[in-house]
Design a protein around this ligand. Structure first.
Ligand code: AMP
Length: 537
C-alpha cells in the first residue's frame, strides 16, 4: 500500500483558490490611482494567459524570469504564472542601486524581466552590459513608456492575445521555483533557490495555526515587499487556502494602510517593526481598532517591547513575532503561546512569549551552537549561533556561493546569535554579521567602510548600527583622519552618493576619533565601538 504519487509543485497551490474560492477577492490599492479588485477566478484566467505569453516570448523552461515590482495583483500573477509554467521566478529588490541590481541580474542569468511602469527609470539606470542576457522586458501595464531601452512590451497587450486555460506541465517537485538574493557581509549578495516542493511545504505550514494561521475566513495584508522572501510566503499561503488578499502597491503610506485594515476587514497583517512603529500614530488617531484584525505578524528584526505593549494595551491588537530569513523561505519560528500558558497574565506572556523571536514551526529543527559546533542548552542565558534544518531551508546557494554556512552534519548556520529559553522559544541577541538593518533593509557596514576609506582625507573608518526609533537602526561612521585633513558629514555623504550609494543607506552621523580599536588579530573591534555613546550596544 502506498500513497498517491502527487507531485508537490506549484499547481497544487495555484489550482485550489479558483476552484473553491472563485468569488473571493484580491484587492490592490494603488494610492491616488485608485483600487483594483478582482476575484480568484479572474486571477486564474490571467495567470494562465501569462503562462502562454511566456511560451510565446520563447522563454525556455528552467530559465529565470525576474520581477522588479511593488506588491500588486499583477505581481501575484507572476508568482504563479512563472513557476507553474516551469520557469524560475526571480524577485528583484527595488531598493537596491542600479549597479547592485545589474550585478544580480547578470549573476542570476535572467532571461526575461517584468517591471512596473514607474520602475522603468530605475531599469534604465542599470548598466546595459548587465542586461545583455535579458531578451525580453515586459512592462506591467497597459502601455509602454518612452524609454532608452529598446523593445519594451506591454503586459496587458501580451495577455489579451492569450487563451485562458493552460495545460499543467509535468513539473518535478524538486526543480527550482524561485530565486531571491540575500545581502552578504562581505562581497556579493548570494542567491537562495526555492524548489516547488519547499514552497508547497512552506505554504502549508505557513497557513497552519502553528505558522501564520491563515485560512479561508481570513483577509491577509502582507506589508512585506513581494521582492523580499516572497512576502514571507503569504501570497502563496493565501492562495493555497483561499484567503482574501490585499496589497498596497508603492511605498508605505500609513494612512492608506490603516484605511485598508478597516475597509477591507483585514484579519491578519504582517510587516517589519518599523512599519508598525510608523503605523501606530495613525492607529492612535482613529480612536478604535480595525474591527476584524485578529493579530499582526512582526518579524525581520526584533520589535521593541514598548511597541508590543502599545499595540496590546492601547489598540487591543496582539503582536505575534516570527523569525526567518531569506535562506529559510523564510518561516522558521513563530512565538505563539502554548496551551499551558492559557491562564498567564499579560506581563508574563509578554516576557516569555511575545518578546521572543519564535517557537520553531513544525518541520523546522533548531540548534544553538558554540563556535566549536557543540549544542548549547535552552537555559535563557547561553548565547550561541542559531543553526536550522528543514525541508524549506536551502542546502546551498545559487552557483555554490557561501558553502561555509552549511555544517558537515547538514545544518544551516544562520549567522544570528540566539538565546533559547527553558520554555522552548528563542530570541535573537545579536548578529555575527555587522550588517545594519534600516527599515527592514540591510546596509552593509563593511561596504560602507570600504568606500569611506576611499576618501583621500580618511585613514580608517568603521561603521556600526545606531538605534533609531523610526528605522530601527541607522549607520554611524567612526572616522580617523589623515593628519591635517578635515571631513564634514556632508562631504562624506556626497562622496558615498557619487559611488552609487542610495540616500537611505548613508550614515546619519560621523564621529571623528583618533584610532579605531583593534582586536588581537588586528581587525576593527566593533564591539568596543558599539559600546560608545550613540551606537547599538
Ligand atoms: P533577511 O534574510 O533579509 O530576511 O534577514 C534575516 C535576518 O533578520 C535574520 O537572520 C535575523 O537576523 C533577522 N530577524 C528576522 N526575524 C527576526 C526576529 N523576529 N527578531 C530578531 N531578528 C530577526
Amino acid at each position: 500500500m502506498a500513497m498517491m504519487d502527487v507531485q508537490l509543485n506549484s499547481w497544487l497551490l495555484f489550482d485550489h483558490a479558483p476552484r473553491h474560492f472563485g468569488t473571493t477577492e484580491v484587492v490592490t490599492h494603488f494610492g491616488p490611482e485608485g483600487v483594483h479588485r478582482y476575484t480568484y477566478s479572474d486571477f486564474a484566467r490571467r495567470t494562465q494567459q501569462l503562462m502562454h505569453a511566456l511560451d510565446q516570448l520563447g522563454i525556455t523552461k528552467g530559465e529565470r524570469v525576474a520581477t522588479l515590482a511593488w506588491n500588486s495583483y499583477r505581481h501575484l500573477e507572476c508568482y504563479f504564472g512563472v513557476p507553474c509554467s516551469g520557469r524560475i521566478l526571480h524577485t528583484l529588490n527595488l531598493r537596491l542601486s542600479p549597479a547592485e541590481l545589474g550585478w544580480i541580474i547578470a549573476d542570476a542569468d535572467d532571461r526575461a524581466l517584468l517591471v512596473d511602469l514607474d520602475l522603468v527609470p530605475l531599469l534604465e539606470r542599470i548598466p546595459a552590459a548587465d542586461l545583455r542576457g535579458v531578451e525580453r522586458i515586459v512592462v506591467l501595464s497597459e502601455r509602454v513608456p518612452d524609454s532608452s531601452i529598446p523593445g519594451l512590451l506591454a503586459y496587458e497587450e501580451l495577455l489579451a492575445e492569450q487563451p485562458a486555460s493552460y495545460p499543467p506541465p509535468d513539473i518535478d517537485e524538486r526543480s527550482p521555483l524561485g530565486l531571491c538574493y540575500t545581502s552578504g557581509t562581505t562581497g556579493r549578495p548570494k542567491g537562495a533557490v526555492y524548489t516547488h516542493r519547499s514552497t508547497v511545504l512552506h505554504s502549508l505550514v505557513a497557513s497552519s495555526a502553528a505558522g501564520l494561521g491563515i485560512g479561508p475566513q481570513d483577509c491577509i495584508l502582507p506589508q512585506v515587499p513581494m521582492f523580499h522572501v516572497n512576502a514571507w510566503g503569504m501570497p502563496y499561503a493565501g492562495a493555497a487556502t483561499g484567503a482574501k488578499q490585499v496589497f498596497l502597491a508603492g511605498p508605505l503610506d500609513p494612512r492608506c494602510l490603516v484605511d485598508l485594515l478597516f475597509e477591507e476587514q483585514v484579519t491578519i497583517a504582517a510587516g517589519v517593526p518599523t512599519v508598525w512603529l510608523t503605523v501606530a500614530e495613525e492607529l492612535a488617531r482613529r480612536g478604535h481598532r480595525p474591527p476584524a484584525l485578529r493579530y499582526i505578524i512582526v518579524g525581520g528584526a526584533q520589535p521593541p517591547r514598548s511597541l508590543i505593549e502599545r499595540y496590546q494595551n492601547e489598540f487591543d491588537i496582539p503582536i505575534v513575532q516570527a523569525w526567518g530569513m531569506t535562506e529559510t523561505s523564510p518561516l522558521g519560528g513563530v512565538a505563539w503561546p502554548k496551551h499551558e500558558m492559557r491562564d498567564w497574565d499579560a506581563e508574563r506572556l509578554t516576557t516569555t512569549v511575545r518578546t521572543q523571536a519564535g517557537l520553531p514551526v513544525p518541520g523546522i529543527s533548531v540548534s544553538i551552537r558554540d563556535a566549536a559546533g557543540v549544542e548549547l542548552p535552552f537555559d535563557g542565558k547561553t548565547m550561541g549561533e542559531l543553526c536550522v534544518r528543514g525541508p524549506w531551508v536551502i542546502d546551498s546557494y545559487w552557483k555554490g556561493a557561501g558553502s561555509e554556512q552549511f555544517t558537515a552534519d547538514g545544518w544551516f548556520r544562520t549567522g544570528d546569535i540566539a538565546v533559547g529559553s527553558p520554555e522552548g522559544y528563542f530570541v535573537i541577541a545579536d548578529r555575527t554579521k555587522d550588517l545594519i538593518k534600516s527599515g527592514g533593509e540591510w546596509i552593509s557596514s563593511v561596504d560602507l567602510e570600504a568606500d569611506i576609506m576611499a576618501m583621500p582625507e580618511v585613514a580608517e573608518a568603521a561603521v556600526v548600527a545606531m538605534p533609531d526609533p523610526r528605522w530601527q537602526e541607522r549607520p554611524l561612521a567612526f572616522v580617523v583622519l589623515r593628519s591635517g585633513a578635515t571631513v564634514t558629514l556632508e562631504q562624506l555623504r556626497e562622496h558615498l552618493e557619487k559611488r552609487g550609494w542610495q540616500r537611505w543607506q548613508l550614515p546619519d552621523r560621523v564621529q571623528i576619533i583618533d584610532a579605531i580599536p583593534k582586536t588581537s588579530v588586528g581587525k576593527f573591534d566593533k564591539k568596543v565601538l558599539r559600546g560608545r555613546e550613540g551606537s547599538v550596544s
